[in-house]
Design a binder for this molecule. Sequence first.
Ligand SMILES: Cc1cc2nc3c(=O)[nH]c(=O)nc-3n(C[C@H](O)[C@H](O)[C@H](O)COP(=O)(O)OP(=O)(O)OC[C@H]3O[C@@H](n4cnc5c(N)ncnc54)[C@H](O)[C@@H]3O)c2cc1C
Length: 383
Amino acid sequence: MLTALEFTQVPPGEQAFRAEIRDFLRTSLADYPAHKRARSWMGSSPEFSRALAGRGWLGLTIPAEYGGSGKGYFPRFVLSEELLAAGAPVAAHWIADRQSAPLILRFGTPAQREFYIPRICRAEAFFCIGMSEPNSGSDLASIRTRAQRNEQGWMLQGSKIWTTNAHECHYMIALVRTSGESSDRQKGLSQLIIDLSLPGVTVRPILDMAGDAHFSEVFFDNVQLSADALVGVEGQGWDQVNAELAFERSGPERVYSSVALLDCWMQMLREAAIDDPATIELVGTLVGEIAVLRALSLSVTRKLVDGESPAVEASVVKDFGTDFEQRLIRQIGEWLATHPDVDVPGELLRTLGYLEQMGATFSLRGGTREILRGIIARGLGLR
Ligand SMILES: Cc1cc2nc3c(=O)[nH]c(=O)nc-3n(C[C@H](O)[C@H](O)[C@H](O)COP(=O)(O)OP(=O)(O)OC[C@H]3O[C@@H](n4cnc5c(N)ncnc54)[C@H](O)[C@@H]3O)c2cc1C
């Protein structure tokens, strides 16, 4: 039986990996400035993803027969944490490694596993998530993109929106309607793997408030998919998506999105020798919160290791984590506003400026705060 402390710590044997990762990041990201680090897992560099793959650091949860290392979820947690703390540009492979490969491993056919997963582990196949559509975000069961069976496989018609990194991806795993009507809600939905280079697919990047194009609209105009595009069981897409969301919502990326700002601010405090009690208390509170959130995220990792699908617990991590990520931006901004005599480095202001633009998205992407709280309430038997 694990004690509460053991339940929320990375097992000691996994910690050696941390030093190896730090060494690599120290050299590979030596001149990478804080405002770019603040892009966190939205920052993209296919070359960097390939460098990680070259070290065998993609597919840590994937068995060796499919090109992974089979090391497991705790090493993956340690790697994710170090990459996020360093603000490494991981977007190109992030979704494929986090959820597409585990999804295909769990629900895919042997042929799909053999085709896609080794390429994910080599950073040769990047994936995006096609869930949201215009007018179907929180109300995901109302999606209207439809795939109709025909002799060659599936004919796809519709569109997706806010698809993170679609313009850099080779494939999308999309939730689409394969039978029934929108009024059938969760019934009749399926997951398909869509090759984004097929005729009839148009990917149009959307500029965000900070001027970056990290997500896209994707249009499907009579796209012919082969029969083996279906992942898992036709009509079971809703349950499969919910299993996938536990991977999406529970990781350290829901805690560390603003950590580049915290590091930058603490460096300024050290250099300017600012150590008044109120500032020390704020630093202690923020660092203490990270420790608690990290423990929560780790406890969900433990459940994933045990083969569970902790959807409610993952929602708790994401809700608390994104609240912290957003509050951190506000609190450091308020600190700067109330210390007008401090000489603030330009890089700190650039980082704060970026995060002030982007912070609002943290509690939208991956499911909004209200939707998560609804899931938590249902899990607690309150609705
Ligand atoms: C940076 C970013 C990246 C994203 N990446 C992806 C991606 O890769 N793939 C993808 O599929 N989607 C992606 N999304 C889309 C995201 O999942 C949706 O924006 C989100 O689910 C909300 O949907 P919506 O925008 O349609 O808002 P709406 O669903 O219209 O919600 C608007 C507001 O109403 C509230 N609301 C809605 N329904 C209820 C309810 N029943 N009870 C209480 N309140 C409610 C919501 O909480 C929200 O505050 C991304 C979004 C962002 C911001």
